[in-house]
Design a protein around this ligand. Structure first.
Ligand SMILES: NC(=O)c1ccc[n+]([C@@H]2O[C@H](COP(=O)([O-])OP(=O)(O)OC[C@H]3O[C@@H](n4cnc5c(N)ncnc54)[C@H](O)[C@@H]3O)[C@@H](O)[C@H]2O)c1
Length: 266
């Protein structure tokens, strides 16, 4: 499938991972519909893209507002057939279960899971009518392991499960759907936590590759899954976390464990 004359609808395109995805997919030849509840931020992304000669339009749309999403899709399709959808708009509430209010729980599930549903329900018919395409959902390592924040973890687990479910449902329409699970990435969502030295340092030491991710680290994986290079991949999740959840982090005890083991063998 060629990207000629096609467009990518990217949510959360005003910041962080969504913005990097918009930039990367534009470079790959797609026109970009930049969707974000923060209209000014979406416009800033579009300004940057158009200055670089790309075709793009900004949509100040809250992904939980079905009427607004339904009105946005045909306007986005004026940029080109919607061949790619990236669901990235997200929020976090950093609370344990007993600290969370019902409203906070509902808001996190609403944006991070129901918002993806609303986008899918409204974009898939247009994508199918255009002959198919590729959907990439930004999940999280928080969908794979306990991460500290119950509502966020539950929502991201839902994204992983929904993605697998939809692979079968959408295949007949020539639509692939996959997810990417980022580890910790420098974006707006965690600017506050990562500016705290102890959290920053703990994050780096829990990451085998020894650095915090950049939005472009995730955008390149999204671009791969969106493209025909991943033409036989659907229902998959690609973890891009510098190795964070590939192993138990033993910290300083790791070396002790190894030396203890070799002493036992002596
Ligand atoms: N940064 C990380 O470490 C990390 C790790 C794993 C997963 N993620 C996921 O990546 C995605 C992108 O987040 P980010 O890290 O780039 O954060 P970010 O805060 O930089 O960007 C999120 C964007 O989503 C927009 N948004 C929020 N609610 C919205 C709504 N209801 N409708 C439309 N737009 C809305 C915000 O305005 C913002 O521009 C999220 O789904 C997040 O959960 C991030």
């Amino acid at each position: 499938m060629s990207y000629d004359g096609a467009c990518a609808i990217v949510t959360g395109a005003g910041s962080g991972i969504g913005r990097a995805c918009a930039r990367r997919l534009a470079a790959d030849g797609l026109a970009i519909a930049a969707v974000d509840a923060n209209e000014e931020a979406a416009k800033a992304t579009v300004d940057e893209l158009t200055k670089d000669g790309h075709r793009a339009a900004a949509f100040g749309v809250d992904v939980t507002d079905e009427d607004a999403v339904a009105a946005m899709v045909p306007q986005a399709a004026e940029l080109g057939a919607p061949r790619v959808l990236v669901n990235a708009a997200g929020i976090i509430v950093r609370k344990k279960l007993l600290e969370s209010t019902l409203d906070e729980w509902r808001r996190v599930l609403d944006v991070n899971l129901t918002g993806y549903f609303v986008m899918l329900k409204n974009v898939i018919p247009a994508m199918a009518a255009a002959g198919g395409g590729s959907i990439v959902q930004i999940a999280s390592i928080a969908g794979h392991i306990g991460y500290g924040f119950t509502s966020y973890t539950a929502a991201k687990g839902g994204v992983l499960a929904m993605t697998k479910q939809l692979a079968g449902e959408l295949a007949a329409d020539n639509i692939r759907i996959n997810s990417v699970s980022p580890g910790v990435v420098h974006t707006g969502i965690n600017r506050d936590t990562l500016s705290t030295q102890v959290i920053h340092d703990a994050t780096v030491s829990a990451t085998p590759l020894g650095r915090i991710g950049q939005p472009e680290d995730i955008a390149s994986v999204v671009a791969f899954l969106a493209s025909e290079n991943a033409g036989y991949v659907t229902g998959a999740d690609l973890v891009a976390d510098g190795g964070m959840i590939s192993q138990v982090n033993w910290g300083d005890a790791g070396e002790r464990l190894h030396s203890y083991h070799s002493q036992e063998q002596r």
